[in-house]
Design a protein around this ligand. Structure first.
Ligand SMILES: [Zn+2]
Ligand SMILES: [Zn+2]
Length: 244
């Protein structure tokens, strides 16, 4: 993975998080719009690019990795209270344990997602005979980590965490996916395990995308506001543009 992709990955999360210092919980209308776009885009690239790779492999029962990733994400969101999908569920009382739990859930998620980044671009280049790489997984990760970083900062802020500690947590989160990519770059991972880890990431992305889109609806009303519908349509549209 080229060095500029590591840098973009890190800086985009810092950027998303720094917006969180300017905004408060009330001004989350536009966070909702970014989320609608990113949920639809992630669903698109997962189905259009990542799943064909995973299910086109000859690894037996590869679907088990997908299921594993999906349910691991449910477990991680018990720790992170849904920050991965940009949700802000503030606790009634702030404790150090709460911050550690959120950071643990978020960091494990981001690290695991970073692992397939280091070999995705190369694989795409071989499959499609391109002279340059397209790292759709990178775009998908950046798109949901920007709102996730924003949600993290706001969550910690409204929980009463000091600004300095908040920046530290944000930096740790920003470093996790690049660290996952770097770790996988430094290790020799057999091809079938590479595909397995990507399948695991597919499971977690499917969970995040569907939860985002599910939460767009005000509970049980099946009525998504027009602006969000436009953002969702744009997200799916942009993901389809990547295959034409
Ligand atoms: Zn949620
Ligand atoms: Zn993620």
């Amino acid at each position: 993975m080229p060095i500029w992709q590591y840098i973009i990955l890190f800086l985009s999360v810092l950027f998303g998080g720094s917006l969180g210092f300017l905004f408060n919980k009330e001004s989350k209308n536009w966070l909702q719009l970014i989320l609608s776009f990113s949920g639809a885009y992630i669903l698109g690239i997962t189905v259009l690019h990542l799943m064909p790779w995973v299910f086109g492999s000859d690894i037996p029962n590869i679907g088990l990795w997908v299921i594993g990733g999906f349910f691991a994400q449910i477990f991680l969101e018990q720790l992170s209270v849904g920050v991965e999908h940009g949700h802000i569920h503030a606790p009634h009382k702030y404790t150090v344990g709460f911050v550690i739990s959120v950071m643990l859930g978020l960091s494990v998620h981001a690290f695991v997602e970073g692992i397939p980044l280091s070999y995705y671009g190369e694989h795409y280049m071989q499959e499609h005979g391109h002279s340059h790489t397209h790292n759709h997984l990178l775009y998908g990760i950046i798109l949901h980590h920007i709102p996730a970083a924003l949600a993290l900062v706001i969550l910690l802020k409204v929980s009463g965490v000091k600004k300095r500690v908040n920046w530290l947590c944000l930096s740790i989160f920003a470093a996790m996916s690049p660290l996952g990519a770097a770790a996988s770059n430094l290790t020799v991972i057999p091809a079938n395990i590479q595909t397995g880890i990507l399948a695991f990431a597919v499971g977690s992305l499917l969970h995040i995308a569907t939860v985002i889109l599910f939460e767009m609806d005000s509970p049980g009303h099946h009525k998504i506001p027009g602006r969000k519908l436009i953002a969702i349509t744009l997200g799916i549209g942009f993901s389809i543009l990547t295959i034409v």
